[in-house]
Write a protein that binds this ligand. Structure first.
Ligand code: S3P
Length: 173
């Protein structure tokens, strides 16, 4: 089984799909956010607050380079903003088949309703404001995701097992 790299906006189900894929395929999962938080010994929110987004983005790039160097094997669940840097898009494609998970802004807003761990969505008050902030960010990011992706799956209305089956099915097709 080849490596699978999951990309997409926050709340599109990358982490939960990665663990469903892991159960079905036996491959292990590496989550870039978790790896960076462990490496720096602090939460993603604290990294953004203390060092800023650019520093976090550089940590993402360093991590991807290291994984390429070390010949990573498994499923990679990338942070929602990882494909924004062109360099990262190349690294992600070197690491495996890049699958882009998408969802409608309203679906994402509802999935992240009680989540306070995403610094880029902090401070949005109310559902409508959250949806419009998500829509703006998706518009800005669409081209970067599309440039990194080799496959694309719309997750609205699908549970993680169905998403994982679609991904695995696309390999055997
Ligand atoms: C981010 C997404 C987050 C995390 C950080 C920034 C983004 O990852 O890397 O909060 O820019 O979209 P998830 O997509 O896993 O939430």
């Amino acid at each position: 089984m080849e490596n699978i790299v999951l990309i997409g906006y926050m709340g599109c189900g990358k982490s939960s799909t990665a663990s469903a894929l892991s159960k079905k395929s036996g491959l292990s999962v590496l989550d870039t956010d978790a790896a960076i938080a462990a490496h720096m010994g602090m939460s993603i929110t604290d990294i953004f607050e203390r060092y800023g987004e650019e520093r976090f983005r550089s940590e993402e790039t360093e991590l991807l380079k290291r994984l390429v160097r070390e010949g990573f094997r498994g499923i990679l669940s990338a942070g929602g903003g990882t494909p924004l840097r062109e360099e990262n898009r190349g690294l992600l494609r070197q690491l495996g088949t890049v699958v882009w998970l998408t969802a409608e802004p309203a679906t994402i807003a509802d999935r992240l309703k009680y989540d306070s761990s995403r610094p880029l969505l902090a401070g949005a008050s109310g559902r409508e404001e959250r949806i419009s902030r998500i829509r703006n960010m998706l518009d800005q990011r669409e081209a970067a995701y599309a440039a990194a992706a080799m496959r694309r799956i719309a997750t609205d209305g699908l549970d993680v097992n169905a998403v994982a089956e679609q991904i695995l099915g696309s390999f055997s097709a």
